[in-house]
Design a protein around this ligand. Structure first.
Ligand SMILES: [Zn+2]
Length: 118
């Protein structure tokens, strides 16, 4: 997959201030604020920055956390996992492999057959 490499100034022109903060500065949306939290129609979820396909509705589930949640990505190549030691705990950050957008984190979830919540 081709890797997109744009400057922050370019991303600022293309994204809303919230989208820029989340994806380019590692921000976190307020829980229950995302328009897709309770969206379960058939479809494919894409990166807001580069439109790469990341998740499909078959893998989306209601985790009751307030953030859109999936038990696996569309395939193993679309996400890059990075150890995140901020906040004094070790978490696994996930980024878009195509453009490096911060997407969130992956957590253990025993309620899912994959054992994971993205
Ligand atoms: Zn992307």
């Amino acid at each position: 997959m081709k890797k997109i490499n744009k400057t922050n100034e370019q991303w600022k022109c293309e994204l809303s201030p919230l989208e820029f903060h989340i994806t380019r500065e590692g921000g976190t949306e307020a829980p229950f604020s995302n328009k897709f939290v309770n969206h379960f129609e058939n479809g494919t979820y894409q990166c807001v920055c580069c439109r790469a396909d990341l998740f499909i509705s078959n893998h989306k589930y209601n985790s009751k956390t307030g953030w859109p949640s999936y038990n696996q990505p569309i395939n193993e190549n679309v996400l890059t996992e990075i150890e995140d030691k901020s906040l004094g705990i070790i978490r696994t950050e996930i980024k878009c492999s195509n453009c490096d957008a911060h997407l969130g984190h992956v957590f253990p979830d025993e309620s899912q057959k994959t054992g994971r919540r993205y």
